[in-house]
Design a protein around this ligand. Structure first.
Ligand SMILES: *Cc1c(COP(=O)(O)O)cnc(C)c1O
Length: 221
């Protein structure tokens, strides 16, 4: 099937309230342009260099999302234009994003990444760390960061019950946090969970933002 046929079939499975982030990492700009021409405006990348290269070459109405682990010394390259950073996993990184947001006179939209998987190599705050961060009130110091929700990645497994359990845990945490810490903000609304292999479970468990690569672009080598 062509990229566009894959996309149309996928879109039929996604409810209207769910934002589709087309994950274009490793894929050439020509292929991204095809998906762009099919109407998609939200793209996700996991490497800063690749993201800025593609930003330079592609239409400026694309909303670029950073979904991969972000090093502090690279924040400056994406700060002027990034639409959403999904992968904020430390206070030090938040502080750096805030600094670069200030330089660019903007508030940079971020999601806090939560570690929900069994694998140790995945990034993100533990639940306890996250609650500690939010209770500390430190976020108020970061005037150039807008915390818009949470992101999580489930364990890479065939065990659907395990995946469902992890997404359900994240959704509960999201609802909890929104109630406890963001009653005065209308921005804490995004729950980014679900990839090609698990997005249907994620949506059933409350996701409103899915990050899909392989289904749209084919597998990566
Ligand atoms: C690569 C990647 C995706 C998309 O993965 P697919 O399985 O190709 O859909 C989603 N989220 C993150 C954080 C990724 O790195």
């Amino acid at each position: 099937m062509s990229v566009c046929e894959n996309l149309i079939e996928l879109q039929q499975k996604i409810p209207k309230n769910v934002t589709l982030v087309a994950v274009s990492k490793t894929k050439p700009v020509e292929q991204i342009k095809t998906v762009y021409d099919a109407g998609i405006r939200v793209f996700g990348e996991n490497k800063v260099q690749e993201l800025t290269d593609k930003y330079d070459q592609l239409p400026k109405d694309i909303q670029w999302h950073m979904i991969g682990h972000l090093q502090r010394n690279k924040v400056k390259y994406i700060a002027p234009f990034i639409h959403l950073i999904h992968s904020v996993d430390s206070i030090k990184l938040l502080r750096e994003i805030n600094k670069e947001g200030g330089k660019n006179k903007r508030k940079i939209p971020c999601l806090l990444q939560v570690h929900i998987a069994l694998e140790e190599n995945k990034h993100g705050f533990d639940q306890e760390e996250l609650l500690e961060l939010l209770s500390s009130g430190i976020l108020r110091e970061f005037q150039h960061v807008s915390v818009n929700g949470l992101m999580g990645m489930a364990t890479y497994t065939q065990n659907q019950d395990q995946i469902r359990k992890e997404f359900s845990t994240l959704n509960t945490l999201f609802t909890d946090i929104k109630k406890r810490f963001f009653t005065e903000s209308n921005n804490f609304n995004a729950l980014s969970m679900g990839m090609s292999n698990d997005f249907e479970i994620a949506i059933e468990e409350g996701s409103n933002m899915i990050r899909i690569g392989s289904i749209i672009f084919g597998s990566r080598s």
